[in-house]
Design a protein. Structure first.
Length: 277
């Protein structure tokens, strides 16, 4: 491990840092690709997902203990009979994409085309009535006939545009129905995936509960004996127990007074340690 804090560089399996540095900033540096301009950078083994749960232990932390314990099992290579279904569901979700369909423009076009068609029909009807009146009076009808022909032509074009707009809207609505069907399927797949993940998590927790209870009982600063409910202990004790089970390769960041020094913490956890004090 190589930890750089401002202008100071620390190397080794265990590191003790004195100074004003946030534990979560160090833990984030363990998980993220180092950036040269960052105040804190860490070069070490790539952490497993469980590092986000128990890679930084401090008195103000919260912990979803069962979820963290299940991820510790994954870090140790444990599997369940639900894993194949989980992989298949994830793949199905990756392959399923629902397009975003907006019909506002099409509805607006239909409304405008309908209004224009109605206006031109009124114009044609008015012009036709005036032409009929002039014919009854044997008046000059050439101008009115030309107006009627022009209005009828405009009306024909407007009706064609209105039909086209309605057809476009109909196609858009069909696409929207298809998109909703895809979204419905996605929701069903997500529900199935969540159920399988809960089942897998419960199975992993069942398999690791005894080991977790033993680790809780052995944790420095934890209960004096094996507790009846190991999941009822404080977050730091639970986090230490999960980290001990998880078989870490990446550094664990400790900002708690549970060990006399970083070497003792590393020996107990079986992991590299960054101790902040």
């Amino acid at each position: 491990m190589i930890l750089r804090l401002a202008d100071t560089v620390y190397r080794g399996r265990t590191v003790t840092v004195d100074g004003n540095v946030e534990p979560v900033a160090v833990a984030r540096a363990v998980r993220e690709v180092p950036v040269d301009e960052s105040r804190v950078t860490v070069r070490a083994q790539t952490p497993a997902p469980v590092h986000e749960r128990v890679g930084c232990l401090h008195p103000q932390m919260g912990l979803q203990t069962r979820t963290a314990l299940a991820e510790a099992g994954r870090a140790r290579g444990l599997s369940t009979r639900f894993d194949a279904a989980i992989r298949e569901l994830r793949q199905a979700l990756r392959e399923l994409s629902a397009p975003t369909v907006e019909a506002d423009d099409q509805r607006r076009a239909v409304a405008e085309a309908s209004a224009e068609t109605a206006r031109l029909r009124e114009r044609v009807a008015t012009t036709r009535g005036r032409l009929a009146a002039h014919r009854e009076l044997d008046g000059d009808t050439d101008e009115l006939e030309a107006r009627l022909e022009s209005a009828a032509s405009d009306l024909s074009e407007a009706e064609t545009s209105a039909v086209a707009a309605e057809q476009t809207l109909a196609r858009t609505r069909e696409k929207a129905r298809a998109a909703r069907a895809v979204l419905d399927r996605r929701m069903r797949l997500e529900d199935d995936l969540a159920n399988r993940q809960r089942q897998a998590r419960a199975r992993l927790v069942d398999r690791l509960t005894d080991a977790f209870a033993s680790a809780v009982a052995a944790a420095p600063g934890g209960p004096d004996s094996r507790p009846a409910d190991p999941f009822a202990v404080d977050a730091v004790t639970a986090g230490l127990a999960v980290a001990r089970i998880a078989d870490f390769d990446a550094p664990v960041v400790l900002a708690c007074d549970r060990f006399p020094d970083a070497d003792a913490a590393s020996a107990w956890l079986g992991a590299p340690v960054v101790r902040l004090r």
